[in-house]
Design a protein. Structure first.
Length: 159
């Protein structure tokens, strides 16, 4: 899709119901997870580096949402890209934009949770320096997950 780019979005409380429903659907389609729309609006996303949306200005095709855990550590809460756009570098570009903004804010480490059977995502995170630090049993509706953590590198360690 032409015209798609990663942009920092306004606070989710300012989003309309339809836009939130579309993101709800995107998360469901790409991860199998469901979130209450009101809960999505309450996510404590960092305003400087945590509200990334892959959009053409009309339709959102991806999100990378991050909260700040401490002065030096951030946690990815959601990273989803439309299935038909996966594998073409859109995720890598979103990660680069997040990384630049987060490191400019003093963030040095990042952590996230990922399903253990999501080999594509695990591989991408691994290339960017994240490693499994703990197993999360049953975290994803009967599927186990990994807690991954690592230094926030501005570019992937090996591409």
């Amino acid at each position: 899709m032409s015209g798609l780019k990663w942009t920092l979005a306004p606070c989710l409380k300012q989003w309309g119901r339809q836009r939130l429903e579309n993101i709800h659907r995107l998360i469901l389609e790409t991860t199998g997870e469901t979130y209450d729309i009101e809960r999505l609006q309450e996510l404590p996303l960092n305003e400087k580096f945590g509200r990334w949306v892959l959009t053409d200005g009309t339709t959102d095709q991806g999100i990378l949402w991050v909260m700040q855990l401490s002065n030096r550590c951030a946690r990815v809460l959601a990273f989803s890209i439309s299935n038909d756009l996966q594998g073409n570098g859109m995720g890598a570009e979103g990660w680069r934009r997040f990384t630049r903004a987060a490191t400019a804010s003093g963030i040095q480490t990042v952590q996230l949770e990922v399903r253990q059977d999501n080999e594509v995502a695990i591989s991408m995170y691994h290339r960017r320096g994240l490693r499994p630090k703990g197993r999360i049993v049953g975290f994803y509706r009967g599927h186990d997950g990994w807690l991954m953590r690592g230094s926030l590198l501005s570019e992937s360690a090996s591409q």
